[in-house]
Design a protein around this ligand. Structure first.
Ligand SMILES: NC(=O)C1=CN([C@@H]2O[C@H](COP(=O)(O)OP(=O)(O)OC[C@H]3O[C@@H](n4cnc5c(N)ncnc54)[C@H](OP(=O)(O)O)[C@@H]3O)[C@@H](O)[C@H]2O)[C@@H](O)CC1
Ligand SMILES: [K+]
Length: 547
């Protein structure tokens, strides 16, 4: 998996490399500029065939410094280059200033304004090097207007002009994936939206995958600028993540002495080809009353397909026939209104999935309490895994602390943003400001004392200790048809089904795999997907990953 470094972490990595004396800031900037050009030529080979013309938009920091390196290298390759600068050249930081001066010996620099861009000769390539990781506030209006003007320019064949962003399209916050609202008003987003390729350095940043990031970055390419490997891959394989650094959920292609795809396949218990059904765990899913059992059935089906040996659906007696009409391989147990959970659950239940379709009410609260009170003896790792979703979360909206007091480390909450806002009002999207979704989920997990999976196209999974991973249904894994009723119930079931066997992996790993498989199923099925299709697509996905 790949580390996602925040702006501050990236600066620290850069500083440590410079302090060690192995590299200078100027060398890093040179490699960054070269990396952008290499990525551009590899993405658009026709640009490498002959000299063209580039507009290079530079800002007041080191992102702008990268821009001046790019201007010089393209000029040396015979291109016509028109650089524009926002800010005062005398106030550029040292490395950027040095590169500005090197450029100044080759050509002039225009001030970055809408008027000057309108007067520019049509380029073949526009390089956005105005702001990168150093953006601290909304874009200045002059820059917004300059970006907007690019979209209005009367250049012939305007749509065929390639647009590349250095580190990020300027205005995108690389820690949060947010773009300022006023950017949208002025049309800034529309012009940044035209970015086709973003070249970032060393590792991707959270903002490339969170929020608006995937909408504005085009494709993202990582340029190696010689800062050395990020955390050893070994420590990322199914291990709890680094407490400070977030990681991107993606399959791990192992080296030649290991099976070709050791993640996620190796964590699907049935890929080990041994044991009887109870070796693969027993998942208990709760379903709502008559006419409201669909969500629970979807979760149950997903748990069974994910590899649980046995899945039991528990429902009110009145809903038994309805569920029996739908289910065969899934066992059914009726639980009367006042009956205790012990009457249907024995010690062999290794995972519970509770919430989908259950109703927001006292009975749900009571069932959640009973589920969370079940423990596996003196060893905490024997506690059954508990997936709390939908109405199990909604039932505690008025009193979230009552829920958090009961959660144990083998619990995972799987809210969407709306459910999250009701449990953690101060961390809600509307209140988040500069707090990233990753940090919001981290704080929520610490408060709840359990793992939290905050759903979305950018799904964040966080542990109470601060470990966090981000699963993005973005770029080549974009699956918009996953926004369909019941998809969340399937995800809850997948987590329970994967976690039910004792696979000795952390709950966060199981949640990562579930999020990954969920999107793989959607991508594999394609447009037209409805939630029922997701579990049915799993066998195909398993085959594709080599199980
Ligand atoms: N880290 C690495 O390893 C490497 C990093 N590299 C490159 O460096 C980039 C980071 O450089 P950076 O830190 O100088 O930040 P950058 O984005 O250029 O902007 C900072 C300037 O903008 C200003 N400013 C900010 N917001 C503003 C606003 N809204 N409106 C107006 N001004 C605003 C801010 O002013 P201040 O906030 O201090 O007042 C400051 O002057 C990184 O993205 C990558 O491209 C590579 O060279 C290779 C190695
Ligand atoms: K930029």
């Amino acid at each position: 998996m790949t580390e996602l470094l925040t702006s501050a972490q990236m600066r620290a990595v850069e500083q440590a490399a410079m302090d060690s004396g192995t590299v200078t800031g100027l060398e890093l900037m040179e490699r960054a500029g070269q990396g952008v050009i290499d990525a551009a030529f590899s993405h658009w080979p026709e640009l490498a065939q002959a000299a063209h013309r580039a507009l290079v938009l530079c800002g007041p920091g080191n992102n702008g410094g990268d821009g001046f390196v790019i201007a010089r290298l393209l000029k040396e390759a015979g291109w016509e280059v028109d650089p524009f600068l926002y800010g005062d050249a005398d106030k550029l930081p040292p490395d950027a200033k040095a590169n500005h001066q090197r450029w100044a010996a080759m050509g002039g620099v225009m001030e970055l304004t809408a008027e000057n861009l309108q007067a520019a000769v049509r380029p073949d390539l526009i390089v956005d090097a105005v702001f990168g990781t150093g953006l601290t506030r909304p874009l200045p209006s002059v820059v917004q207007q300059a970006f907007s003007s690019l979209g209005r320019n009367k250049w012939k064949g305007r749509t065929s002009i390639r647009r590349i962003a250095v580190d990020c399209p300027s205005g995108l916050n690389l820690d949060t994936g947010m773009v300022p609202h006023d950017l949208e008003k002025t049309g800034g987003v529309i012009s940044t939206n035209l970015t086709q390729l973003t070249v970032t350095f060393h590792t991707p940043k959270p903002g490339h995958y969170l929020g608006a990031g995937p909408l504005v970055c085009g494709a993202v390419v990582i340029a190696d600028i010689g800062l050395g490997p990020s955390d050893p891959e070994r420590s990322m394989l199914g291990q709890p993540p680094d407490d400070r650094r977030a990681r991107l959920v993606e399959p791990v292609f192992a080296g030649s002495n290991l099976p070709p795809r050791i993640w996620p396949g190796s964590f699907v218990s049935k890929s080990r080809r041994n044991g009887h059904k109870f070796n693969h765990g027993h998942v208990m899913v709760f379903a709502g009353g008559v006419g409201r059992g669909g969500a629970g059935r979807l979760a149950a089906r997903a748990a069974l397909r994910a590899g649980a040996g046995v899945v039991t659906l528990v429902c009110p007696p009145s809903a038994l026939i309805e569920n029996a009409c739908h289910l065969d391989a899934i066992m059914l147990r009726a639980l009367p209104k006042d009956a205790r959970l012990d009457s249907v659950a024995d010690d062999r239940v290794t995972a519970f999935c509770i919430g989908p379709g259950l109703g927001v009410n006292d009975r749900t609260r009571d069932l959640v309490a009973q589920v969370l009170a079940r423990r596996g003896g003196t060893r905490a790792w024997r506690d059954p895994v508990v997936v709390l979703d939908a109405d199990a979360l909604g039932s505690f909206a008025g009193d979230p602390v009552a829920l958090f007091d009961q959660c144990h480390p083998r619990t995972i909450l799987t809210p969407h943003e709306g459910e999250f806002a009701r449990l953690f009002p101060d961390l809600a999207l509307s209140q988040r400001g500069d707090l990233s979704k990753i940090d919001a989920a981290r704080q929520a997990a610490a408060r709840a004392g359990c793992t939290v999976l905050l759903k979305g196209p950018d799904t964040v999974i966080a542990t109470p200790r601060g470990g966090a991973s981000l699963h993005a249904a973005a770029y080549d894994r974009n699956a918009p048809w996953l926004a369909t009723a019941g998809a969340g119930d399937v995800l809850a079931g997948l987590i329970a089904g994967l976690a039910a066997p004792d696979t000795s992996a952390d709950l966060i790993t199981m949640a990562e795999i579930a999020a990954y498989l969920h999107v793989e199923c959607a991508a594999s099925f394609g447009p037209g997907l409805i939630a029922e299709d997701l579990p049915e697509e799993l066998p195909k996905v398993f085959r594709a990953i080599g199980l």
